[in-house]
Structures are given as C-alpha cells and as structure tokens.
Design a protein around this ligand. Structure first.
Ligand SMILES: Nc1ncnc2c1ncn2[C@@H]1O[C@H](COP(=O)(O)OP(=O)(O)OP(=O)(O)O)[C@@H](O)[C@H]1O
Length: 253
C-alpha cells in the first residue's frame, strides 16, 4: 500500500458566473513513504489544487484519494502544509509559532519545549527563538513555517511554492537547507514549484502536469545520488534532467 494514493481524481470549481472550471482531470498517482515528489506544470494547471486535496483543504469532485489506505475527508494532522506566504502568527514569537500545533495536541509543557528546541535547532534559528515574525527575514520566516509544520510530526509535508517569494540567493540556500532538514525529519514531501532547477535538485520523482485541466503528463524518476551536492548540480546528468523537464513543461505553455 502506498502512503498516498490518488485514483482518477477530478476537481471542478464553480466560477463566479456559475461556469464550471475543470482544474484537475483523471489524476492518478501513488506516493511512497519518505519519497520527495515535486510537481511542476504551467500556471493554473491544478498543482495547488492537488496539494490542497491531499491536505484535506479541498475535496475531489470525483475519484478517490487515500492516505495510509484511509480516505482523506478533511484537514488531517498527518499532513503539514507550508505555503509561499509564511502565514505565521504575528503576535507570537518563533517559539510560540512552533509550539502552537503541539499545544493543540495536548502535549505536556516539557514535551512541547523539547519539540520546539529540536525543530528550532534543526532550522538553525537558535538565536531567534524569542523574536517575532516582523523581526525576521523572508528566509527566516520560511524556516519558522517549516519548523512549525514539522513540530506536528506529520507523515507528509506539503509545500506549495515555499521559496517563491524569496530572492534568488536565499532561495538557493533554502533548497540546500530543506534537503538537510528532510534527511533528518525523513517525512514524505510533496512540493510544488515553477523552478525546474529546484525540482531536479530536490526530487526523487518529478511529476509534470499538462495544462488545465491538469493531468499527469510525465512521471520522471530523478536518478541522481543523495546527498545532492553542488558539484552534482553542475553535472551533465543534472543538466540533462533539467533540459528534458523544461521541454516537457514548455510544450504545455
Ligand atoms: N477556489 C477556486 N474557485 C474557482 N476556481 C479556482 C479555485 N481554486 C483554483 N481555481 C482554478 O483552478 C485552476 C487551477 O488552479 P491552481 O491554483 O490549482 O493552479 P496552479 O497550477 O497551482 O497555478 P499556479 O502555478 O499559477 O499557482 C485555475 O484555473 C484556477 O483559477
């Protein structure tokens, strides 16, 4: 049994004038435990919609979607979500933001503190535990958002263009950071991006979606060794994946 199984998923939205907007069409996909799956495709092809259905924030119009064999019927603590907008609580410190989920789960104070300490260290924010979001850079805010999601110890981390709002240099450093964090946290990641380079660097598998209504156009295993290195990211093999994927996405634009 796969960790996540989507079979024949369709999602149609109702537009403002009552028109039907088919966003996702007959999407079938199996994602295994601890896989790092990246979804790419042209703007509006239904990537975020698929992620939201996995996270239980949207329901498929038809088809079945299961996690650990059980139908997804609403937001589920097995899934943590990180969005492009950091969505931190501005009135809470870094520690307070990260402690929020564990405190809702009714953990003891000691357990919450040790979870917070672990994840604050994991994302490298030891010196900022008492800072408020407005005192942090974009990259630091996204580290908090990642730590906050991981502190709930999800089986699946859903990431929707998490580095899309960052400058190029910070974005690249966050990609390496995420790989390091993922090696430690060892959860399954489903990651949406527009950056093909980011996709090749991070993924075990890249799913290329067709233009709307999104179907799976190609499912490509990235056969690059881990841990990924800077040297590898400049290799001929890396560039080969990059140009193949660019071609596949461009055909849909
Ligand atoms: N709540 C909604 N109501 C109506 N239409 C929606 C809604 N959410 C998404 N859509 C439509 O569904 C389609 C897919 O949207 P979605 O955000 O999933 O695409 P995407 O591939 O993530 O796009 P992008 O890469 O630009 O973020 C789009 O045409 C969008 O306008």
């Amino acid at each position: 049994m796969s960790l996540i199984e989507a079979r024949g998923i369709c999602k149609t939205f109702n537009g403002r004038s009552g028109e039907h907007i088919p966003a996702v069409d007959q999407l079938s996909l199996a994602i295994e435990d601890e896989e790092f799956v990246v979804i790419v495709g042209p703007s509006g092809c239904g990537k975020s919609t698929f992620l939201q259905m996995v996270g239980g924030l949207e329901r498929p119009t038809s088809g079945t979607l299961r996690i650990e064999g059980q139908p997804i019927d609403g937001p589920d603590s097995r899934c943590g979500i990180v969005f492009q907008e950091y969505l931190l609580f501005p009135w809470k410190t870094v520690q307070g933001n990260i402690a929020f989920g564990p405190s809702l789960r009714g953990l003891s104070k000691g357990e919450i503190t040790s979870l917070c300490t672990h994840y604050i260290e994991l994302v490298g924010l030891q010196n900022f535990a008492s800072s408020y979001p407005h005192e942090l850079s974009g990259g630091m805010k996204q580290r908090v958002a990642i730590a906050r999601a991981l502190a709930n110890q999800p089986r699946v981390l859903l990431m929707d263009e998490p580095f899309g709002a960052l400058d190029a240099l910070t974005r690249e450093s966050m990609q390496w950071e995420l790989l390091r964090i993922w090696e430690d946290a060892r959860c399954t990641v489903v990651f949406v991006t527009h950056s093909i380079t980011e996709a090749v660097l991070l993924a075990d598998r890249v799913i290329v979606m067709s233009k709307r209504p999104g179907r799976i156009k190609k499912d490509i295993a990235i056969g690059l060794p881990r841990p990924r290195t800077r040297q590898l990211s400049a290799s001929a093999e890396f560039l080969k994946y990059e140009s193949m994927l660019k071609q596949l996405v461009w055909e849909e634009v």
